[in-house]
Each structure stands twice: as C-alpha cells, then as structure tokens.
Design a protein around this ligand. Structure first.
Ligand code: NAD
Length: 258
C-alpha cells in the first residue's frame, strides 16, 4: 500500500468541535473526504446540521450533528454518549471550538476573561479528557487540539491577553496529556495556525479593519485559508503519525519567524 493510501481514514470515527463552520468545517470536510464518519459538534445546531448533511451527501460517509457547549461537562458527557451510540467507538477528536475577544487588559471584566478561558482552554480540556477516557479504554486514539500562533507571540495591534493566554495554555495542555497518555497509545498534538480567513477574522467588526495591516506584516502578505490546515490534521488523525505526539504544528506562513 502506498503512502497516500496509508494516510486514508476509512472507517475512523471522529468528532470535531466548532465543526459547523470555519476551520472546524474545513478540517471535518477533509476527514470525510479521507473516509471517516464525523460528528459535528457546535452550539449552532442549524449550521452543524447543514454541515453534517453536506458531508454525508458529498462523501458517502455517516455524519451527525450534536448540539453541545464545550464548557459544560454535562453537554460533553452527552456528546460522548451520542457518538458511542451512533458510531460504537471514537478514534479521533478535533478539539477546535474557540472564540476571540479584543479588550484592553485594564478594561477587561472578570466575565470577559472567564468566557475566553472557559471556551478556549477549559473547553479543550473537557473535550480532550472525555475523548481520552474513551480512547484509553479502547486502547488508542488521536486527539488534535486547536491552539494558535497567539500561544507563541503577542499579536499586534489588537489587545487580546485572554486569547493569547488561553492558546498558550492549550499548547502546554497538549504536551501534558501527550506525556500522561504516551504509553497507552493515545496521541495528543495541536495545531497553531496564523491568521486564517474565517467568520472569526473576516466578519468580526473588531478584527476586520486590521486585516490590511496583518497582511502587510505577514511574510506571505496574505492570510491563510482554512483548507491550508486540512492535510496536517488528516496526517495527525491517521496511523502514519504513530510516532507524532506532544507536537505543536505552527502553520502561519512564517508569521512567528519575524
Ligand atoms: P469560527 O468563529 O469561524 O468558528 C468557531 C465555531 O465554534 C463556531 O461554529 C461556533 O459556533 C463554535 N463555538 C463557539 N463557542 C462554542 C462552544 N462553547 N461550544 C461549542 N461550539 C462553540 O472560528 P474559526 O476561525 O474557525 O476558529 C476555530 C478555532 O481556530 C478557534 O479555536 C480559534 O481560536 C482558532 N484559530 C483561528 C484562527 C483564525 O485566524 N481564524 C487562527 C488561529 C487559531
């Protein structure tokens, strides 16, 4: 079997949080194209359902939509129950749901701080933990978390201390889980994307005016596209990445090199 065939995900059972749109939807599409069955997990059930239907129609795989708030442990438990009922097992988790908030640190309320940390860091912990429990019992699995280049550098000019701190937390959480579960065949890695054109960046009234400035700073003079994160995630989800755990893949068009 050639390397491309070995990288396929036929029959694997995967959940994608924040899968209704943006990076989550794009990566879920790649997983489906590679043959996996997908649970699209999101707060937005209408969009999640549309995405799941699209994946089924275009790829002949099974896809379900699940409404869950990744910050709510009861929702996360119910999500796992639904997935096991529908698919019987769980091979890959893409813990990707996240938000961004740009508020000067001296003006930030406790609630604003907590919301970003809850979704971006605690949400990744809760979903990765729930996935890990199933995978440890099964004897293996692959968890992919979405961090950000903001876990490595401080973006300017937008003030986003809570976002940057949450994403640095995701990178260290990824490494911690990878080491804890290494000998039990559960691999944990993360991706750290640079600026990617999605709803989060293109349609946010806070961020949209900054795009020209970011593009000027960026070595490639453009933002990334969600599909430019697909192949790394397919690699991490599949069996050819068996020696890859605890790694953080910075995919930012060299933004963090400057
Ligand atoms: P997006 O806003 O387009 O999509 C995020 C999805 O997550 C939405 O469908 C939303 O409904 C869902 N979501 C939000 N809160 C949730 C919750 N509590 N529970 C369940 N679902 C929830 O964003 P995106 O640009 O696709 O970003 C996806 C991930 O990538 C985020 O973690 C983000 O921080 C990270 N990221 C984005 C960029 C970028 O430039 N777009 C760069 C680096 C990292």
């Amino acid at each position: 079997m050639g390397i491309i065939e070995k990288m396929r995900l036929d029959g694997k059972k995967i959940f994608v949080t924040g899968g209704a749109r943006g990076i989550g939807k794009s990566v879920a599409t790649a997983f489906a194209e590679a043959g996996a069955d997908i649970a699209i997990v999101d707060l937005d059930m209408e969009e999640a359902t549309k995405t799941a239907q699209e994946l089924e129609k275009n790829n002949g795989i099974k896809s379900i939509a699940i409404k869950a708030d990744v910050t709510n442990p009861a929702d996360v438990d119910a999500m796992i129950e639904t997935i096991l009922k529908a698919f019987g097992r769980l091979d890959v988790a893409f813990c990707n749901a996240g938000i961004c908030m740009n508020v000067p640190a001296e003006e930030m309320t406790y609630e604003q701080w907590k919301k970003v940390i809850d979704i971006n860091l605690t949400g990744v912990f809760l979903t990765a933990q729930a996935a890990g429990k199933v995978m440890l019992k099964q004897g293996g699995g692959s968890i992919i978390n979405t961090a950000s280049m903001s876990g490595h550098i401080v973006n300017v000019p937008q003030p986003q201390s809570s976002y940057n701190a949450s994403k640095a937390g995701v990178i260290q959480l990824t490494k911690s889980l990878a080491v804890e579960w290494a000998t039990r065949n559960v691999r944990v890695n993360c991706i750290s994307p640079g600026y990617i054109g999605t709803e989060l960046t293109l349609n946010s009234p806070n961020l949209q005016p900054l795009i020209e400035q970011w593009n000027e700073m960026a070595p490639l003079h453009r933002m990334g596209r969600p599909e430019e994160l697909q192949s790394i995630c397919v690699y991490l989800a599949g069996d050819t990445s068996s020696f890859t755990t605890g790694a953080d893949f910075v995919i930012d068009g060299a933004f963090t090199c400057i």
